[in-house]
Design a binder for this molecule. Structure first.
Ligand SMILES: [Zn+2]
Length: 375
């Protein structure tokens, strides 16, 4: 049995339901300490975070990840108990196998083999591990990044172990993500009887030209990494429930997933202008839930592409699809951040699993990335 598989199983046996760590980080810290890493615990509130670093010189390469897992769902629907790692047909089944204890194990063994081969490597290697990723993510990576920033400790390159592979191992990595902004628009008219149009102001009618403008707008054309910004209305609500009454108010909720070509300010300015042209009595509230980030082509993407080409025979797609990850807290520091992990098809589902041979490939790919950057 490979050491990566052995370590993955040891981590999977620990019931680290978010935000619990259940001893996963102790296992990782022991392993790293034996290989020359300095161990530091950065705990905030109930959240446990590990910062382990080997070496003091630049550049600083960091592996980032989380030990917490999402709930199992109905245990009786699993083919094997979710916290008893079970091998079947080359797949390892357990909650967290793909998201992301397999990646954590591969990071450990990649470091072990890399350090054994290159004991005098350049730069430093670090691990930024949290147990608050699947939950609210208030006291995890974001707080560690604040701590590092306050003492001027700067990550140059970061690999996040999120499962990014699509059909086969290494076919896709994530280099950023889109921004997300919600708008809550209330158009205010004047309620009254449908039979007396001169006495009412119908906010539904007033919204019609605004709807046209919003849905026909080309927000941008995207760029090399991002698809064009998209606009979607998720709810429209007006009406009193009676057919002979013109409602007094219309409420609309909408969302834009936006590329790095746009800022929230630019989006607000353009939409406010559209509404201003058609209404002088409205309220518009905004909520930005995330800014877009992107790691441009550079040393890290070169190192990742080359490592995957060597390991799998093809270069990965550089993607910005998918949901959020802790990469959003690391990228603003100026670090180059790329997410690379196993196939994500089963994550958060019943019977989550990971391919054992993919875990070994992942370890070798991580090793090659280290070698490409630090030797
Ligand atoms: Zn994850």
């Amino acid at each position: 049995m490979s050491e990566t598989l052995e370590l993955t199983k040891a981590l999977l046996k620990k019931v680290s339901l978010t935000p619990e760590d259940a001893g996963c980080m102790d296992l990782m810290a022991d392993y790293l300490q034996q290989r020359g890493f300095n161990i530091e615990w950065l705990n905030f509130g109930e959240t446990k975070n590990l910062w382990a670093r080997r070496g003091n010189s630049a550049p600083l390469f960091a592996f980032a990840g989380h030990t917490d897992v999402v709930p199992t769902g109905p245990v009786e629907e699993w083919d094997s108990p979710p916290f008893e790692p079970t091998l079947k047909d080359g797949l390892l089944y357990a909650r967290g196998a793909a998201d992301m204890k397999g990646s954590l194990a591969a990071m450990l063994t990649a470091c072990d083999s890399f350090i054994a081969e290159h004991s005098t490597h350049q730069g430093s290697i670090a691990f930024l591990i949290t147990s608050d990723e699947e939950g609210p993510a208030h006291d995890g990576t974001i707080r560690v990044m604040q701590t590092l920033d306050a003492r001027n400790e700067k990550i140059d390159y970061c690999i996040v172990g999120e499962p990014t592979s699509h059909k086969v191992f290494g076919d896709m990595v994530r280099v950023g993500r889109r921004g997300s902004i919600n708008g809550y628009l209330s158009l205010i008219g004047k309620q009254g009887h449908v039979a007396y149009p001169e006495l009412v102001e119908n906010p539904i009618h007033a919204f019609t030209p605004i709807l046209q403008l919003l849905t026909q707008e080309t927000w941008d054309n995207g760029n090399e990494f991002f698809p064009p910004t998209s606009f979607q209305i998720s709810n429209i609500n007006a009406g009193t429930g009676v057919e002979n009454v013109v409602p007094g108010t219309l409420k609309v909720v909408f969302n834009l997933r936006f590329s790095s070509e746009l800022t929230p300010e630019e989006i607000k300015r353009r939409i406010t202008y559209m509404v201003d042209q058609n209404s002088d009595n409205y309220e518009l509230i905004w909520k930005v839930s995330g800014l877009p980030f992107i790691t441009e082509r550079g040393e890290l993407s070169d190192a990742v592409e080359q490592a995957l080409l060597d390991e799998t025979g093809s270069k990965p797609i550089l993607s910005t699809a998918g949901g959020t990850s802790d990469g959003r807290f690391i990228a603003p520091s100026g670090a180059q951040v790329i997410e690379l992990g196993p196939i994500n098809e089963s994550i958060h589902k019943i019977n989550e699993c990971v391919s054992v041979s993919d875990l070994d490939q992942l370890s070798r790919a991580y090793h090659k990335i280290l070698a490409n950057l630090l030797t």
